[in-house]
Design a binder for this molecule. Structure first.
Ligand code: PGA
Length: 256
């Protein structure tokens, strides 16, 4: 299985800045066949960057996409419009859940719409600081995994990636803390156990599970070697080209 290194740029970089970053990244990016490098720029930059990107070297992701393909949905971009432009789409990121009010039902429809349009959804799940403090982590993760995958058939489960991102570890959250590798291992185990319940043990082992939350060049190696973790999803560190490349190199090294 590939190791995934995914950069979520969030609301940063205009189209020109995004294009310059991509130009520099493509120049420096080694062709590691077993490391899948993905960046998720703003929606507005996706189309021009799709003409610039070298898909043999890396892929593009959308940060979000709507679950209906067309219709009266002002301001939305559908998965069908993203089809052919991106290979991946981030779905259910905690900022969409808690700032934009997305719930598991909407997220499930988005996951299904992505799969229907041949885009691999990266379904994000993660507990808040309060949920962890009240001992609710296992229930929250189970609900979010089951909820987010509720429209995915057995046939399609291999087209989905899960990312565990504890909300309290995301670098832009006030008072963010680093998750320990043990904490990550426990929750990734829960994610896999939940998938196994529905889709069988083999699938539970096979679905790629990424970790995200303040991943940077100094801790990426530790997270990438947590049993059951197949890659990392970064916000802050993906905005700094040298850090992003450093983490890609780490991904290659820990696999070797
Ligand atoms: P961070 O963001 O790496 O800045 O903590 C991760 C994310 O929100 O996906």
């Amino acid at each position: 299985m590939k190791t995934y290194v995914v950069g979520n740029w969030k609301l940063n970089f205009n189209v020109g800045e995004a294009s310059i970053y991509l130009h520099k990244l493509l120049k420096k990016l080694p062709n590691y066949r077993d490391v899948e490098v993905v960046i998720a720029p703003s929606t507005i930059a996706l189309q021009p960057l799709s003409l610039q990107v070298d898909r043999h070297k890396m892929k593009l992701a959308a940060q979000n996409g709507f679950y209906r393909d067309y219709g009266a949905f002002t301001g939305e971009t559908s998965m069908s419009q993203l089809r052919g432009i991106v290979d991946y789409v981030i779905v259910g990121h905690s900022e969409r859940r808690y700032v934009m009010g997305e719930n598991d039902k909407m997220i499930a429809k988005k996951v299904a719409a992505a799969v229907r349009n041949r885009i691999t959804p990266i379904l994000c799940v993660g507990e808040t600081e309060n949920e962890r403090a009240f001992g609710e982590t296992a229930d929250v993760i189970r609900d979010q995994v089951l909820g987010g995958l509720s429209e995915v058939s057995e046939e399609d489960i291999d087209k989905v990636i899960i990312a565990y991102e504890p909300v309290w570890a995301i670098s832009s959250v006030k008072g963010a803390k680093l998750a320990t590798p043990d904490e990550v291992a426990t929750v990734v185990g829960l994610v896999r156990a939940t998938i196994s319940e529905v889709y069988g043990a083999e699938t539970g082992e096979r679905v790629p599970v990424l970790f995200g939350g303040s991943v940077n060049p100094s801790n990426a190696g530790a997270y990438l070697t947590v049993p059951g973790v197949n890659g990392v999803l970064m916000g802050g560190s993906s905005l700094i080209l040298s850090e992003f490349i450093d983490i890609i190199d780490t991904a290659k090294r820990v696999r070797a």
